[in-house]
Design a protein around this ligand. Structure first.
Ligand code: NAG
Length: 351
């Protein structure tokens, strides 16, 4: 009898930790995702705004389900959609400013990003985008809306269990610093990058103070290699813009590691995600990924860096061969490959 009891006890002990582990996994499962940033992740927040930075007309969206131009700056889905789909949350991550959002969407996450935005408040002015501070104000409004709908406790649960992504900085460099003289008179490039890093850290810290606990900061892409920036000089990647992006990335990565070390004890996690080398790899080894065109956008090139100038122009018939859809934004295929890489490399830390 004694050995039978001991056997049962051992069996229980063997079962208990795994039952406990399963419960912990179920509890930590991510049920909502939120996104801040610029046009690379804006799914249509600018649609009702007077701005050049919108994409709710053909040929945008030609490969989106139903072929609709939702305001996403690509031929199909954009990174937010791919992230929530891979996390098993839902298929599309909608813009917060869509006016018919049901409660189910509010509970599982939305995007506050706005095409043309950046960390520098000046960046959003010419494009009349929602600035990074404006996006945090929208997040506050969202929290109040959710509180009114589901109560304080459930709102706090959704916010604290959610995963947060921020993608900004490309417009600060390409459309502001390198285009408009004002900031160049105030800052040399390294000091402007420091200013951007400080703004990004402040943005992240405020988001954390607003209740976000799992925060991913995505760096700046190799913007010197996008068709609009190549067109400025030779067809080579423009080195100054790439250097600036690289400098921002290496500094923000250190800052994010520091924030993570400081806040980890309070249950917050911060992670830096690399878009620079992950996208550059496609540009340097196109054949490996099945791309044929690296320097041109599928929608053709114009010297003017705005989506509106290709409104209703036909796109190339073979978007699948292209890394870039227009002069600034990758194709759905390129985004998919990059998001896959991010998941394989580092996302696990936030799960
Ligand atoms: C970030 O916040 C710190 C502390 O409040 C402030 O001193 C600094 O000026 C802020 N940086 C920017 C770029 O606004």
């Amino acid at each position: 009898m004694a050995s039978l009891y001991r056997g049962l006890l051992l069996l229980l002990m063997a079962l208990l930790p795994s039952a406990h582990g399963a419960a912990a996994r179920a509890r930590s499962k991510i049920s909502a995702a939120f996104m801040f940033g610029d046009s690379t992740v804006d799914p249509g927040n600018n649609n009702d705004r007077l701005t050049e930075a919108k994409a709710n007309f053909p040929p945008y969206g030609q490969d989106f389900p139903g072929g609709v131009a939702t305001g996403r700056f690509s031929n199909g889905k954009v990174p937010g959609d791919m992230l929530v789909s891979r996390l098993g949350i839902k298929e599309l991550l909608p813009p917060y400013l869509r006016n018919d959002l049901p409660l189910s969407e509010l509970l599982t996450g939305v995007v506050f990003a706005s095409g043309g935005s950046g960390y520098d408040p000046l960046t959003s002015i010419p494009s009349t985008a929602t600035s990074s501070t404006g996006q945090l104000e929208l997040f506050l409004e969202y929290k109040e809306r959710l509180r009114a709908l589901v109560g304080e406790e459930e709102m706090t649960r959704v916010i604290s269990k959610g995963i947060y992504f921020t993608v900004m900085g490309a417009n600060d460099l390409a459309n502001n610093y390198f285009t408009i003289p004002l900031r160049r008179h105030q800052y040399d490039l390294p000091s402007y990058v420091k200013f951007l890093v400080s703004s990004a850290v402040n943005f992240t810290t405020i988001l954390n103070e607003m209740g976000a606990k799992k925060i991913a900061i995505i760096g700046i892409a190799p913007i010197g290699c996008c068709p609009s920036q190549r067109a400025l000089g030779s067809r080579e990647c423009e080195p100054m813009r790439n250097q600036a992006a690289n400098l921002f990335n290496s500094e923000i990565e250190k800052e994010i590691q520091r924030l993570d070390a400081e806040q980890n004890v309070r249950g917050s996690k911060f992670i830096y995600l690399d878009i620079y080398y992950n996208l550059l790899d496609l540009i340097q080894r196109p054949g490996f990924y099945g791309f044929k065109e690296v320097t041109e956008g599928c929608c053709g090139s114009t010297v003017l860096n705005a989506a509106i100038f290709i409104k209703n122009h036909p796109a190339c018939p073979n978007a699948y061969d292209f890394i870039f859809w227009d002069i600034f934004h990758p194709t759905e295929k390129a985004y998919n490959i990059v998001v896959d890489k991010l998941f394989q490399q580092t996302m696990q830390y936030l799960m």
